[in-house]
Design a protein around this ligand. Structure first.
Ligand SMILES: [Ca+2]
Length: 423
């Protein structure tokens, strides 16, 4: 340290002391100290002269001469040998000895309270935003069908879908129909929805796990070449085939997806949840009443969906005799979200790629089903509905009306998508 350098630094310290004088007064009242820094200035004033903006510190604080004597000097410069911080340490025992014990206890308690309040505030802030940018009320009112938004960098993109009515289920004449797809019944979706444009992706689920430490298990049901079996060492991170971050997250059970949407709601302060079964079919159909949102012809599938196609048949053992999708979509397993053509609502992969968990408990008939788009949450809730089909499903099981259920295990066929409401 040179004398010149010290001089410049000393001016900075003097300016800082001047600017923070109210704090020093509080500290001095509580703890009985501010001697060290003043000592520094006092000595400096004596030896090299104080800057004009700090000339009154010594008299202001009535520094005892004895304190000044604890400071050392640079012999070459005639100034304190180091910064105020060092001087603080040097004189700290004196400060403690001369301090005001009761006031120090009060100060310590206040400090703890302030710090703990700050931590609580930081924690709450993380819960409310954590980088989230929820829409304002004005922005929400301005939304119209087809608009796309997301509320944090790693949040799912959402598409505003129009309200409306549709006929849920399939007619008896539909090719490949299952008995559990009836009776057909009208459903009205009167509430505005913003539906996940894609499945929740691997990267998006990873962001959730990173933020929360959530444990989504270490085993998953997979196809072993002849049947499905649960294998350990598999999870959404490694579902038994290669995935990129934009692929749908799979090997997630219903509870995993509920944890995710709960976190999304807390993070944004908005209502994120799973779709109801009727909302899903309404969104998948996109105004159509055909087998698929693009029509009835499964030969067109490879433009719109990733199913069990010729690519899969050439890759996956044990399915050579399946009646697969009669074209090549290019993917044996999951595909990057949005690889195929969207439906008329602007939603991708509503057929295939991965099943989506929905909120409803499974019923094998629509007798008594809600007609207002709400989830059917009575009955046997050990089975939850999945919709949309997956990369492992043949044309019949990729239809808009097709439905199935899983209990609470994880499968590399099943992921989910979110919906965001405005109530
Ligand atoms: Ca495929």
């Amino acid at each position: 340290m040179t004398c010149e350098g010290w001089q410049y630094w000393g001016n900075d310290i003097a300016a800082w002391l001047q600017a923070t004088r109210p704090v020093h007064r509080i500290l001095r009242w509580l703890l009985g100290w501010w001697h060290p820094s003043i000592c520094f200035l006092k000595i400096r004033k004596r030896r090299v002269g104080l800057p004009s903006n700090s000339q009154d510190f010594c008299s202001d604080y009535d520094i005892p001469e004895t304190v000044a004597t604890t400071c050392d000097f640079y012999p070459d410069c005639g100034v304190p040998r180091s910064a105020g911080g060092i001087l603080l340490l040097e004189t700290w025992p004196t400060v403690l000895w001369k301090g005001r014990p009761m006031r120090m206890v009060v100060a310590l308690v206040l400090l703890i309270l302030v710090l703990s309040g700050g931590l609580r505030s930081a924690h709450a802030q993380e819960g409310v935003d954590g980088g989230a940018r929820p829409l304002s009320a004005t922005e929400e009112r301005a939304l119209k069908p087809g608009d796309v938004f997301k509320e944090c960098d790693m949040c799912p993109e959402l598409v505003v879908v129009p309200t409306g009515s549709f006929t849920m289920g399939s007619p008896a004449s539909e090719k490949g129909r299952g008995d559990n797809e009836g009776p057909q019944h009208p459903v009205t979706i009167a509430h505005p929805l913003a539906v996940g444009k894609f499945h929740v992706t691997v990267d998006q689920f990873a962001a959730f796990v990173k933020a929360t430490g959530f444990d989504a298990g270490s085993s998953c049901w997979v196809w072993n070449g002849s049947r499905g079996e649960e294998q350990t060492g598999l999870s959404w991170r490694n579902p038994g085939f290669a995935q990129e971050g934009t692929h749908p997250a799979v090997c997630l059970n219903w509870n995993d997806t509920k944890a995710y949407v709960g976190w999304m709601s807390r993070k944004t302060g908005k209502n994120y949840r799973l779709l109801s079964e009727s909302e899903f079919e309404y969104a998948a159909r996109g105004g159509s009443s055909t087998r698929y949102f693009f029509g009835d012809d499964e030969a067109q599938m490879c433009r719109y969906a990733n199913g069990a196609d010729k690519t899969a048949q050439a890759t996956i053992p044990g399915i050579s005799d399946w009646r697969v999708v009669p074209c090549s979509d290019g993917y044996a397993y999951t595909s990057p979200s949005g690889s195929f053509t969207a439906n008329s609502f602007g939603l991708y992969d509503m057929h295939g790629n991965a099943w989506s968990w929905v909120e409803d408990c499974y019923h094998d008939s629509y007798e008594g089903a809600p007609a207002d788009g709400s989830a059917w949450t009575s009955g046997d809730c050990s089975r939850r509905v999945v919709r949309g089909g997956s990369w492992f499903y043949v044309p019949r099981n990729l239809r808009a009306a097709f439905r199935d259920w899983y209990s609470f295990y994880r499968s590399n066929l099943v992921g989910f998508r979110v919906v965001r409401t405005f109530d």
